[in-house]
Write a new protein. Sequence first.
Length: 399
Amino acid sequence: MSLKITNVKAILTAPAGIGLIVVKVETSDPGLYGLGCATYTQRLTPVKAAVEDYLKPLLIGRDPSRIEDIWHLCYLNSYWRNSGVLNNAISGVDMALWDILGKRANLPVYQLLGGRAREAAAVYRHADGRDPEEVLDNVLRLREEGYHYIRCQIGGYGGIGREPKKPQGALPGAYYDPDVYMLSVQKMFEHVRSRLGFELNLLHDIHERLHPIEAVRFAKSLEPYRLFFLEDPLAPDQIEWFRQIRAHAAVPIAMGELYNNPVEWKQLIAEQLIDFIRVHISQIGGLTPARKLAALCEAFSVRTAWHGPGDVSPVGHAANLHLDLVCHNFGIQEFSGFNDALREVFPGCPEVRNGYLYANDRPGFGIDIDETLAARYPCEPAVIQWTQARLPDGTLYPP
Ligand code: MG
């Protein structure tokens, strides 16, 4: 009898205090199942409902090996598409189907995708601090741990410095001043480079916090610090401005963690206006669209740098890594680390050694979930504060 999908469910868990969503697709072969990452931590319960109320009835009884067809079936079935909630739900199913395929073939997913182009993926870690000295201390600590790519921020996104001059009655929010931010980051890089020299690869994330012309000037001002890349300089609806950044600054640009769909990236890639694509793989719908995106990028000499923060589950990190291992145009992998609770809930987590992330050679993505343990770390929907970013006069701005 041919294999069929028998159940699809979404598992919510927060072993590191950040809500994660993992989809489990079960099959008619007892014990054969797949896992996929569907984490949209800011909107947990709508993803669970999309998976269990809509995708589950659509998929039960279907052949799990028809991954390409099932991806398009899920994508088109809602008629209206390209939402973060729906794409994450599809991603959970899509990765789980690749996991099942690998387990049936008794091969890691990276073998199904063409085999390893490298032994491990170089990762970057994140160093922050309240002043340049503290940033430097954290950079030195990460260097000591073996990392050779480090993203430097000061005071989180939006920087740190004098209190913004707000109008009377200004609404509450996460206030920041773009000028203070830009100057504090320049001072921080001046300090870090003056102490370290140029041996380490340093990165920085603007997180779309600037008006486009400010981002152009800021990118130009960072040229002397030889960044490995400058991340997310502009919002997804400001694509045309990338030509200005390109024209004025010889700084490698990484872009894309908020992207949902090819219309947002194809022009940037085809015109070679960015150097690294760094989408959040579950946000674009999973491994199937991500490997196509990587192939498109390869044709235009754009490298990959998949988004890898704490709100990607270890299953999602494993999927990132399997792509990193096979893509010729791999650039760098963002990595946030796993605490002990994550490693216990998700046996088979990728392992980092000396700044490189290694996959195990078990079938599929090589990672499992202990559902009993996962249930000990419940997720509660909460009002998100940090995305309520405001400019000094109180205007809301992308976080
Ligand atoms: Mg970022």
